[in-house]
Design a protein around this ligand. Structure first.
Ligand SMILES: [Zn+2]
Ligand SMILES: [Zn+2]
Length: 415
């Protein structure tokens, strides 16, 4: 069977794979297929567990703080309310969508898709629903909220007596169930269950759908530019339309916002009338001073290193496309994959602030106020996430003689 690499577009003959083996693109190292079937039943069980745990984890108190005889609780579902109350309604809406709405939408869609597959039904809406489910996944962030909760717990613990509530323990198991879904999830095998991938007849001019990898052999030039994928129904083409300009515009905007995001304070701690503004960097220093250096290192990587890596990495890839350079193509392809994978983790700090401003709300005695730096920082994270989503890796591979290469069929590496 001849298939196309989703990242570099190279046509390759997929062999029958022995158990525990994977087929890797001979050119860019993308995983083309792995042996074994989709573990639909196990995924269904993990999804049902995550759905059940979602409700106590989201609607019961996660962290409880006692200070001077008063008590404050943080509930995920209402946690964004404190941000709203302080006038940061865009940040509040963002946190609410990423921690309350999107996880629920994603889990429900996944449950429906898996249930339909398990019961052997293949309705016409299954492909589009699976696509919707796949696009919701990066925006559902329970595991990142959990890490944000750990950071908030450490920082609130330095100010007052902090304990974990029923919601907090539920959240731990809920995030574990989400991790189980991710470990069981074989995207390629699931799409095969929705509709099997056919072999392509003529590699020249053929391309893979950018969402589900279904190979498309367009009959006309218009079809190569824009057509509907038979499996997931997305409008696709040989290259993502406007990918270069969209990515460049988003990277430039994010790079400008990166400066105030790091220079301006993201939150101010009020203690007995004394105001201590905190930037991203000083927050990391505080964690380090408290001795929780593993969290300090994680926040340093997620909040400072990753956004910078995303901005520099995408800028480098865009510049190399403009120069039509074919050097370091494999390294650049791996870099874009890494950027798409780790980009969402930068939200840890935003979530930490959203939790802290609920917990530390004791008037003049102890209070956490959000500052404009947090809005800039959240914007950098979201814009760079969209930028890496808009980017089309195949644009980089176009620099090396696309006509001759796309006519040849190669053998993938089997590991
Ligand atoms: Zn490839
Ligand atoms: Zn598709």
């Amino acid at each position: 069977m001849i298939i196309l690499c989703p990242d570099c577009g190279s046509a390759q003959t997929l062999p029958a794979l022995a158990p525990m083996h994977r087929a890797i693109c001979h050119r860019c190292g993308a995983e083309l297929a792995r042996s074994g079937q989709a573990r639909v039943q196990a995924m269904l069980a993990a999804t049902a567990t995550a759905l059940l745990l979602y409700f106590p984890a989201t609607f019961l108190p996660v962290l409880i703080v006692e200070y001077n005889g008063q008590m404050r609780e943080n509930i995920i579902a209402t946690g964004a309310g404190a941000l709203w109350g302080q006038g940061y309604w865009t940040l509040a809406t963002g946190v609410f969508l990423l921690t309350v709405v999107m996880p629920l939408v994603w889990l429900i869609l996944l449950f429906v898709v898996l249930f339909a597959l398990e019961s052997g039904r293949h309705p016409s809406w299954l492909g589009p629903l699976m696509r919707l489910c796949q696009s919701c996944r990066p925006w559902a962030m329970p595991e990142i909220m959990l890490l944000g909760g750990f950071v908030a717990y450490s920082r609130a613990g330095a100010m007052a007596t902090t304990s974990i509530g029923t919601g907090g323990w539920s959240y731990l198991f809920y995030a574990a169930a989400v991790l189980a879904i991710d470990l069981l999830h074989d995207r390629h095998a699931l799409w095969e269950r929705v509709m099997p991938t056919p072999s392509i007849m003529q590699p020249l001019g053929a391309f893979a759908c950018h969402v589900c990898r279904y190979p498309i052999e367009p009959a006309s030039a218009e079809g190569a530019r824009r057509c509907a994928c038979p499996r997931c129904r997305v409008t696709t083409g040989a290259r993502k339309e406007g990918a270069f300009n969209q990515t460049a515009a988003l990277v430039i905007t994010a790079a400008i916002l990166y400066i105030p995001a790091n220079l301006l304070p993201v939150m101010t701690v009020l203690n007995f009338g004394e105001r201590t503004p905190n930037t991203i960097l000083s927050g990391i220093g505080e964690l380090w001073d408290q001795g929780v250096w593993p969290l300090a290192i994680i926040v340093f990587i997620a909040s400072l290193a990753v956004p910078l890596l995303k901005l520099l990495g995408l800028s480098w890839c865009l510049a190399m496309i403009v120069r039509r350079s074919g050097s370091q193509l494999v390294a650049r392809t791996r870099l874009v994959r890494l950027i798409s994978f780790i980009g969402r983790w930068s939200n840890i700090d935003v979530f930490t602030i959203s939790i802290l401003c609920v917990l530390a709300d004791f008037g003049n005695l102890e209070q956490v106020e959000v500052d404009p730096g947090a809005v800039c920082f959240a914007a950098v994270v979201i814009l760079t996430m969209i930028a890496s989503h808009c980017f089309d890796i195949r644009m980089m591979w176009d620099c090396i003689d696309p006509g001759a290469e796309s006519a040849r069929v190669h053998d993938p590496l089997v590991l």
